[in-house]
Ligand binder design. Structure first.
Ligand code: AP5
Length: 219
């Protein structure tokens, strides 16, 4: 199964991807996670990406496309993959369509998570991360057992630098200008499926699971 998760910042792509990865046993490839790992490890890629990410802009297409092309060429993607946060521009979508991995493994579906801006702003202001193990929490919906402390490794939870309200608003604007056109792009190809994520995490997961099961049974 070859999936793309599309949706505005904070629409729940990473949360849903974790459940789909476990269900379908396909690698979850999050461009945001790859950039953040490179920033933590102070690689050249991380140094190039950091200023763009912290100001709510996109990392340039050339850098992002080369990074994803290399990742999709790895052996674990031969049985499928789940792209979270890529593509985000029409240039990236065209480049993905030309990547060798898609020749024998066409896209199964593009899932477009639909969430209102007010919900996104609330969820992102409540998001917390464990800096040690990477586990995600939310002070509204995914609380740790002890406030501010990771359940798994007891580290103090932190907030992502780009989750400050001003940067979240910039990310939403960037999404509307550069990523939203992908909805029409994939709809025209018959690949796009909307998934409402205003309800619970479990409700969204079950709806997507049903949708993918239907799609697979027809192919
Ligand atoms: P990235 O990390 O991909 O950020 P994003 O797209 O803005 O998405 P987020 O990770 O913020 O949110 P999400 O949709 O995964 O939601 P989540 O599941 O965490 O990218 C970061 C940056 O990297 C970009 O801004 C850009 O600079 C750069 N970048 C990345 N890819 C790029 C590309 N292709 N090209 C160029 N630049 C690129 O959920 C959010 C919160 O809501 C969580 O706390 C979660 O617990 C909660 N939540 C989720 N669902 C529900 C629910 N149903 N009910 C209640 N709470 C919920």
């Amino acid at each position: 199964m070859q999936l793309i998760l599309l949706g505005p910042p904070g629409s729940g792509k990473g949360t849903l991807a974790a459940d789909l990865e476990e269900l379908y046993r396909i690698p979850h490839i999050s461009t945001g996670d790859i950039f953040r790992r490179n920033i933590r490890e102070k690689t050249a890629l991380g140094q190039e990406a950091e200023a763009y990410i912290n100001s709510g802009d996109l990392v340039p297409d050339t850098v992002t496309i080369a990074m994803v092309d290399a990742r999709l060429a790895q052996d674990d993607c031969r049985q499928g993959f789940l792209l979270d946060g890529f593509p985000r521009t029409l240039v990236q979508a065209d480049a993905l369509g030309r990547m060798p991995v898609l020749r024998n493994q066409p896209l199964t579906a593009v899932l477009n998570l639909v969430v209102r801006d007010e919900t996104i702003i609330k969820r992102l202001s409540g998001r917390r991360m464990c800096p040690k193990c990477g586990r995600g929490y939310n002070i509204h919906s995914q609380k740790p057992a002890v406030a501010g402390i990771c359940d798994d490794c007891q580290a103090a939870l932190t907030q992502r630098a780009d989750d400050q309200e001003e940067t979240v608003l910039k990310r939403l604007q960037t999404y509307k200008e550069q990523t939203e056109p992908l909805i029409a792009y994939y709809r025209e190809q018959g690949l796009l499926f909307d998934a409402d994520n205003e309800g619970t995490i479990e409700a969204c997961f079950q709806a997507v699971r049903q949708l993918l099961d239907d799609r697979l049974s027809r192919s």
